[in-house]
Design a binder for this molecule. Structure first.
Ligand code: ZEM
Length: 292
């Protein structure tokens, strides 16, 4: 009984197997709750992980996924985070089931699980994020503004430490999910398969004809042929800018190259500013529900 006692007092040291159980519980919940949006919470759960990480500033080493400070206002109320309560609420029962995991590790594990369960590449993972209090909330304005141009994209992602190739690879996440008028003001999905990870975002960007949508909402593009898809002004910059475009063309032609570069860039994104104790060669790769 002494072993149990130690466990109860919180000396429990979770291992790979324990995190795989959390992964499996998230995967099952994603599978079960298929009434949301286009049939999956996957996209919004991934967006939560991205918005935690994308606040990182390399100069001051502030922001990033360590802390899970989006639990608190003001960060939860930042305009860019509108709608992410759906993802936080989705993960709350998982936190109750596995109280030993920090919110910050859980939210990033949610992003990893969402990508893998939507048939994307494997995203190696390390735990070690610690929840921090409200004083660690980041100032508003650190996440990208979709109405802006290449200069803004490079300023925002450059502040996190990314280069052009990584910026283009990361934006391929827009193969997934959609815009909601009651969240960002924009409207519609980027691809015809918004719950499956593919390189279709780049193919559509390059192959379809796009025109400004005529509507009262914010300026966004619409595909001329079906009028059912959308692109943000920032998305269109990835084919208008010469340096960005070479990577968009590469990823449109080669899904394997996209998956490889996306996996590496997302892994980097999810680890920004985290004081890990586990070294880089001790990352874990979770089994997805597609592996036997
Ligand atoms: Zn997004 N993103 N994003 N993004 N994003 C939206 C939705 C999603 C930008 C952006 O303004 C928007 C990255 C980069 C950039 C996802 C993942 C990632 C929406 C729509 C907007 C407006 C929100 C809404 O209305 O619900 C801009 C300007 C970006 C860079 C220039 C990167 C990087 C991502 C992950 C690696 C995902 C998965 C969604 C879909 C969310 C959903 O609820 O369906």
């Amino acid at each position: 009984w002494f072993g149990q006692e130690v466990k109860a007092k919180g000396v429990f040291q979770p291992r790979f197997e324990d995190y795989q159980k959390v992964y499996d519980a998230i995967a099952k919940k994603l599978e079960d709750e298929d009434e949301y949006d286009d049939g999956s919470y996957g996209p919004v759960v991934l967006r939560l992980a991205w918005h935690c990480s994308g606040t990182y500033d390399k100069e001051t080493n502030t922001g990033g996924s360590n802390g899970a400070t989006m639990r608190f206002a003001p960060e939860s109320d930042h305009g860019a985070n509108a709608g992410l309560k759906a993802a936080r609420d989705f993960l709350e029962p998982i936190k109750e089931q596995f109280p030993w995991i920090s919110y910050s590790d859980l939210w990033i594990l949610g992003g990893v699980c969402a990508i893998q369960e939507m048939q994307g590449p494997k995203i190696p993972y390390r735990p070690g994020r610690q929840d921090r209090d409200v004083s660690f909330c980041t100032p508003d304005g650190r996440l990208p503004d979709a109405s802006k141009d290449r200069k803004h994209i490079r300023a925002i992602f450059g502040r996190m430490g990314f280069n052009d190739q990584q910026m283009v690879a990361l934006c391929g996440a827009h193969a997934l999910g959609r815009c909601h008028t009651d969240r960002s003001g924009y409207d519609g999905p980027w691809t015809f398969s918004p719950t499956t990870m593919t390189n279709d975002y780049y193919k559509l960007l390059l192959e379809e004809k796009w025109a400004w949508r005529k509507w009262n909402g914010p300026k966004q593009f619409q595909d001329v042929k079906t009028k059912s898809l959308m692109m943000l002004p920032t998305d269109m910059e990835l084919v208008k800018d010469k340096s960005f475009r070479q990577y968009a063309e590469k990823y449109a032609k080669d899904n394997d190259a996209f998956f490889k570069d996306f996996s590496e860039a997302v892994l980097t994104l999810f680890e920004l500013g985290v004081p890990f104790t586990q070294s880089e060669d001790q990352r874990w790769v979770f089994k997805s529900s597609f592996d036997e």
